[in-house]
Design a protein around this ligand. Sequence first.
Ligand code: IMP
Ligand code: MG
Length: 177
Amino acid sequence: MEYRISDVLLTEKDLAARIRELGEQIGRDYEGKELVVIGILKGAVVFLSDLVRAVPPSVDISLDFMAVSSYGDSTRTSGIVRIVKDLDGSIKDKDVLIVEDIVDTGLTLSYLVKMMQERQPRSVRVCALLDKEERRKVHVDVDYRGFPIPDKFVVGYGLDYGGRWRHLPAIYTVEQK
Ligand code: IMP
Ligand code: MG
């Protein structure tokens, strides 16, 4: 089936304004602290790059990345998460913030949070740009959330459909041609 991008759900302006707020909030919460920001590849990279630049210099941020792939097709997760690339550094005794593009069923994030906790960090929090609340199958504490969105498949600003459209500067819904 062929798909194409459809309506704009969130504009560049919407994203920038909300990300500025999230950055300030993270700045207040971690002022004077070291924070390891963990980006989940590939979907979170565009969001992460804007988010960390919205956090004031009073937070001592370092970056690490993890790549995961979930078995299933491109629009659904199976809940079985495979680590394709692990973190470069240790997070033991560190404050950690996991940055993800979207929480859908919650399976990916709940798995990752559990895995991170086993490494005995000082704290683990989650920041997700988008939240499809209706679709949740398992509970995840999303400490910093950009936007709740309806149950529609979205692309752009890091999010893909079969690898496409990550580079779009706004968030769009997709529809069948
Ligand atoms: P979850 O494990 O069901 O919460 O799924 C999270 C992952 O599914 C995200 O990291 C995305 O890669 C993918 N995903 C879920 N919904 C969408 C969407 O609307 N657009 C693009 N990717 C999505
Ligand atoms: Mg994806």
